[in-house]
Design a protein around this ligand. Sequence first.
Ligand SMILES: Nc1ncnc2c1ncn2[C@@H]1O[C@H](COP(=O)(O)OP(=O)(O)OP(=O)(O)O)[C@@H](O)[C@H]1O
Ligand SMILES: [Mg+2]
Length: 289
Amino acid sequence: MSKLMIEISGLSKEYSGKKVVDGLSLSVDQGELFGFLGPNGAGKTTTIRILTTLTKPTSGRVLINGFDVVENTASVKAEFGIVQQHLSLNRDLTIAENLELHARLHHLTPDDRKKRIAELLDYVELTDHADYLVDDVSGGMKRRAMIARALIPRPKLLFLDEPTVGLDAQTRRKVWDLIRKMNNDGATVFLTTHYIEEAEALCRRAGIIHHGKLIALGQPLDLRKKIGMIAVEMQSNGNGTQYRYFPDRAKASEFIQGLPGTEKVMMRESNLEDVFIELTGQKVLGDQR
Ligand SMILES: Nc1ncnc2c1ncn2[C@@H]1O[C@H](COP(=O)(O)OP(=O)(O)OP(=O)(O)O)[C@@H](O)[C@H]1O
Ligand SMILES: [Mg+2]
């Protein structure tokens, strides 16, 4: 049986009486690459803050590799590395100096520091930019520097809060490759994103969070199967776009043939965004459930 790296049960967090995380329960296996998908304000960062001991839950329980985030804070801290959503490098320092500072905080010996930093710069392909000031490198390089920094103490678990936000498509793919590489090298990865395609491209399993509640959890393919593998989009004047989902193309074609014929119709494969739209009711017009 696989061992659990993250166990969340009945987790809630309130700010001024408002539940921003609401009864969340889920587990992540050791070695898994898990995606936590949700729109702005869904509660992703708050969940990560609780999992990384930065904020206390209002209720519920979280274990990280068996350690309770409230009771065993120090043990939990030794388990993970984190790449925060917002840029958190020291802008007065070079990339290498930022890593050096972090390595000192983790009490690496001078020899170990030198070796580890060289190794990590190579790992994230920043060796050539080691001596650049943070402000003088691209967004993708900053992100990779933050990843290198998080990897210094060789964490078993890595939290990545929106690791590719604001990056262009090409740079995003480069960061995806790095995330896959870290996961292949043994790290459990918990990443948040609001890019549907990111969760589909990277994650074996994904959870969808909406208004603090987990509304879906599973493999992207299974989540799609639940709503239907084939989507039909219908555009009619003044009525926006309506969506219907079908288990296969034959059923979808049958439905399209029965339509009055005045609408613009498109058939395509469903995706996680459809799952989200179906489950939240957002964007779904003329819903027949
Ligand atoms: N310290 C705080 N005090 C009060 N409200 C907060 C605090 N931190 C977060 N919130 C609120 O909690 C909700 C969830 O925020 P959170 O940052 O967890 O969302 P998110 O899913 O990470 O969103 P985004 O995609 O924009 O990063 C939001 O409504 C936010 O305003
Ligand atoms: Mg966030």
